[in-house]
Design a protein around this ligand. Structure first.
Ligand SMILES: Nc1ncnc2c1ncn2[C@@H]1O[C@H](COP(=O)(O)OP(=O)(O)OP(=O)(O)O)[C@@H](O)[C@H]1O
Ligand SMILES: [Mg+2]
Length: 221
């Protein structure tokens, strides 16, 4: 079953007399265990679409469903809870907190939850990305690829259904990018999450199970 569905989602931005149609009747879905890449030229609506999937923005018209629930029916509290527990985010520039260690950065999104042993899961995730010997390093003591692996572990700490990645390999060289993509691919299976990434990176497209192309807010094909 799809964990996220967009049905005829349109997003218009009005600025003065001008209207920009950033997304035009977009249909999209992502399922557990698949990696989907969204590609398209600058300004084609990729970030706007990722923001819809991440429940960070609302459509002008159309429907967004999460696990078959209509998102426009959610209260603000439901939205916050869904973003926190259902969705993990990975960014091009890592977004780690510089004063925290690797393991503290990974634990951070689970701070609220006292019911689980979050330290154990954080350590387990860091070991699984090959950073078992870097647990107490701060981001400035890690390489770019290691930082992104910390960010991937952090995205998975709350056992999300969806991981969203905006240019996850954008600041990495090709070889380092490949190791990050290997990790993302492995977790797509091991954690049974839907990974949706936005990219200019041909390499990332090679790893994707499915590629969706946007041009001027319209899905191609
Ligand atoms: N807050 C906003 N107000 C007005 N227009 C906006 C706003 N956000 C985005 N847009 C417009 O919507 C269109 C899609 O923007 P979006 O950021 O989704 O593109 P993108 O595909 O992510 O581009 P890039 O590859 O450069 O990141 C663009 O024409 C952009 O100028
Ligand atoms: Mg963008």
């Amino acid at each position: 079953m799809s964990v996220i569905v967009l049905e005829s989602v349109t997003k218009r931005y009005e600025s003065g007399a001008e209207t920009v149609v950033a997304l035009d009747a977009v249909d999209f879905h992502a399922d557990r265990g698949e990696m989907v890449s969204i590609i398209g030229p600058s300004g084609s609506g990729k970030s706007t679409m990722l923001n819809m999937i991440g429940l960070l923005d609302t459509p002008t018209s159309g429907t967004v469903r999460i696990d078959d629930r209509v998102v426009s029916d959610f209260s603000e509290a439901d939205l916050t809870e869904e973003r926190r527990s259902g969705i993990g985010f990975v960014f091009q520039d890592f977004h780690l907190l510089p004063m925290l260690t690797a393991v503290e950065n990974v634990e951070l999104p689970s701070m609220w939850d006292t019911s689980v042993d979050r330290r154990d899961r954080a350590v387990d995730l860091l070991r699984r990305v090959g950073l078992g010997d870097r647990l107490t390093h701060t981001p400035d003591e890690l390489s770019g690829g290691q930082r992104q692996r910390v960010a991937i572990a952090r995205a998975l700490i709350n056992e999300p259904d969806i991981v969203l990645a905006d240019e996850p390999t954008g600041n990495l060289d090709r070889d380092t990018g490949a190791t990050i993509l290997d990790e993302l691919t492995r977790f797509t299976d091991e954690e049974d999450v839907a990974v949706v990434s936005v990219t200019h990176d041909e390499q990332l497209v090679e790893y994707a199970d499915r590629v969706v192309e946007l041009i001027d807010g319209v899905i191609q094909g």
